[in-house]
Design a protein around this ligand. Structure first.
Ligand code: NAI
Length: 374
């Protein structure tokens, strides 16, 4: 049985820091565990041994990539959202042995889930493993935009000191209306963390209403119409999965309904926001700021417009590489979770239901869009 793991190269950092588990060097900690079971783990050269059961590589783009070469006979695929191996329908059709896809982390949109349903390939993720990590990053990003932190820090590094240039676009979070698109594990934790900031209101937009006690606990109000929702918010944070219903959800048309000068934080998935429309809204001042860590293609091209987009005052950009959900604390949790899913599979044990995104021939979650269950 072949297990194929597509991870990112950690280089020197991963050699020096063994807790960087999500890397090709440290292999999610699965190496030691498999060896203890008498299996052998090898790198990407299958010719080197007949006993290889797991192939680990970062090479994922194009027909000559290890991903595309090894997917054709892999039974289990392990990927992370941070360095996504894009498993398209076309690749799924070539992957005749594939039975299980494990996402080491949360968010399996890099896999064509509808094709996985059609081909009875199960897709599991480590639900909850990094939701606090992301929620903390969201709160940080909201604050750094609202308080105009990045230009202030850059000014200090340059050796300048012009308080007025920073303060003219710095505000308090207190008294603002903050809303989340998606109030699942991450969105809800964001609301919990925002409660002590005394915002004017905390709103949410989600087709799945929160239980009344949960909504009451964070004093949030649901707004059912998206345009109505965005028009009420000073700050919007995106916390829903990427699926057919959310791809391009924040586009030029929706951005027109935002309050002038709103701040937008997206740590969910890059493709939920239209790249050019967001850059244009920032440039025109319709948005005061855009921050997040997710990009429509990863790694993001060097000339991706979100790397350098600015508001008319030269600030408002809080973009970073995809790492909010891959703190060392998070890596320990999702590496363990991925290992547990693989162990269950190898031993024919039942999987934790909350981890199953696609079961045999059907979606097992309602979070990836409103659809009739097959
Ligand atoms: P979850 O499944 O607990 O919650 C998702 C919520 O979004 C659900 O309540 C669902 O009903 C809602 N939703 C789905 N479609 C919607 C729509 N069209 N409009 C409004 N709400 C909608 O998921 P969780 O754990 O909160 O994660 C959410 C997403 O965050 C993941 O799918 C992933 O894309 C992203 N994520 C990003 C990470 C990072 O490192 N940047 C790490 C972990 C997750």
């Amino acid at each position: 049985m072949k297990v194929l793991a597509i991870l990112y190269d950690g280089g020197k950092a991963a050699e020096e820091e063994p807790r960087l588990l999500g890397t090709t060097e440290n292999k999610l900690g699965i190496k030691d565990w498999l060896e203890s079971l008498g299996h052998e783990l090898v790198a990407v050269h299958p010719a080197s041994t007949q006993r290889a059961i797991i192939q680990v590589s970062s090479s994922k783009e194009g027909p000559d990539s290890d991903f595309q070469k090894h997917i054709v006979d892999a039974e289990v695929l392990i990927t992370t959202p941070f360095h996504p191996g894009y498993l398209t329908r076309e690749l799924i059709e070539k992957a005749k042995n594939l039975k299980l896809c494990i996402t080491a982390g949360v968010g399996s949109d890099h896999i064509d889930l509808n094709a996985a349903v059609d081909h009875r390939i199960q897709v599991l993720e480590v639900s909850g493993s990094n939701v606090v990590s992301v929620a903390e990053h969201v709160v940080m990003s909201i604050l750094l935009l609202v308080r105009n932190f990045v230009p202030a820090h850059e000014m200090i590094e340059r050796g300048d000191w012009e308080v007025a240039r920073i303060a003219r676009n710095a505000f308090d979070l207190e008294g603002k209306v903050v809303g989340t698109i998606g109030a699942g594990r991450i969105g809800y934790r964001v609301l919990q963390r925002l409660l002590p900031f005394d915002c004017k209101e905390l709103l949410y937009y989600d087709y799945a209403p929160l239980p009344p006690a949960a909504a009451e606990a964070v004093k949030t109000r649901r707004v059912e119409d998206l345009k109505d929702f965005v028009s009420q918010c000073d700050v919007i944070t995106v916390n829903c999965p990427l699926h057919e219903g959310t791809r391009g959800l924040v586009n030029a048309d929706l951005l027109k309904h935002f309050k002038k000068g709103a701040w937008l934080v997206n740590t969910a998935r890059g493709a939920i926001c239209d790249k050019d429309a967001v850059a244009e809204a920032l440039k025109s001042g319709q948005l005061s700021g855009y921050a997040g860590d997710v990009w429509d293609v990863q790694p993001a091209p060097k000339d991706h417009v979100w790397r350098t987009a600015k508001n008319p005052l030269g600030g408002g950009n809080g973009m970073v590489p995809h790492y909010s959900g891959t703190t060392l604390d998070a890596q320990a949790r999702y590496a363990n979770g991925a290992k547990q899913i693989l162990e269950n599979y190898l031993n024919g044990k039942a999987q934790d239901p909350q981890n199953i995104i696609v079961g045999l021939g059907r979606y097992e979650t309602t979070a990836y869009g409103q659809r009739d269950k097959k």
